[in-house]
Design a protein around this ligand. Structure first.
Ligand code: 6PG
Length: 245
């Protein structure tokens, strides 16, 4: 399925459109299958989106919340993606606690934590090996270096195809991350990208040819729907035809 690209004038407009789209996917997914699994992104872009989603009237008890990546810090650490999402959204809405599945980061070895989260995911989505669980929604951001989740350029995580969760690495710091096969099994993958600092990476990601090891977001080609929500600052420089896709 070819990607759908929506360019909005600014970040507030991007968040409004993305919020409506995500809410609609959640409602329709719950209506059709009784539940909706969604993996959250970290970073700064999605925080106001999470705050806005907390004000929606959604079928909270039918959601299952996961994280697409996590910094390897305690859950109360300022850098924790879990902490950010709980404070901005999850603590404000009646999602049952046993429907929220954070990436545990207490194991001494991050590889142990990655394997543990794989089991959590398989159990929650009732998908034993060798099948790959299909999440209903995966939210992703884009780094100015072209990374997404914690799949950073030229790291071993990009080549992991026999696991669902692996250990990523940014500047020597370990992170837990969805692998490419898990991301690409999703029914809806949604990128939120804002700011002029993302222009260069975006142009490489949408280029006809570029090195996916240098720009890992190029590896995201889901079997389901791929939605890009960009603001004009990030999208400047993309070919006109792409901006109306
Ligand atoms: C993280 C994210 C990461 C993020 C990008 C963009 O844990 O930081 O998962 O992939 O989405 O780095 O971050 P910003 O939204 O802050 O630009």
């Amino acid at each position: 399925m070819s990607p759908s690209i929506q360019v909005c004038p600014d970040l507030p407009a991007l968040l409004t459109v993305a919020q409506a789209a995500i809410a609609q996917i959640i409602v329709s997914t719950v209506q059709s299958q009784g539940s909706c699994s969604i993996a959250l992104s970290g970073g700064s872009t999605p925080k106001p989106l999470y705050e806005a989603l907390s004000r929606e009237a959604l079928p909270w008890e039918h959601l299952a919340i996961f994280w697409g990546d996590e910094r390897y810090v305690p859950p109360d650490h300022p850098d924790s993606n879990q902490r950010m999402a709980r404070e901005a959204w999850l603590d404000q809405v009646p999602i049952p606690g046993d429907r929220i599945f954070p990436m545990a980061t207490s194991a001494a070895d991050p590889a142990t934590a990655a394997a543990a989260y794989e089991q959590v995911l398989r159990q929650a989505l009732q998908t034993p090996p060798p099948d790959i669980p299909a999440l209903d929604v995966i939210l992703l951001g884009l780094g100015d270096d072209g990374h997404t989740a914690s799949l950073f350029p030229h790291t071993a995580a990009l080549q992991v195809h026999d696991q669902l969760i692996t250990v990523g690495e940014k500047s020597g710091q370990p992170r837990l991350t969805f692998t490419v096969p898990l991301i690409n099994q999703a029914r809806h993958v949604i990128f939120l990208v804002s700011g002029t600092n993302k222009q260069a990476a975006l142009s490489q990601i949408f280029a006809t040819a570029a090195d996916a090891n240098q720009y890992p977001a190029r590896l995201v080609c889901p079997q389901g729907q791929l939605l890009w929500f960009l603001d004009a600052a990030a999208a400047q420089g993309l070919p006109e035809n792409l901006q109306s896709a």
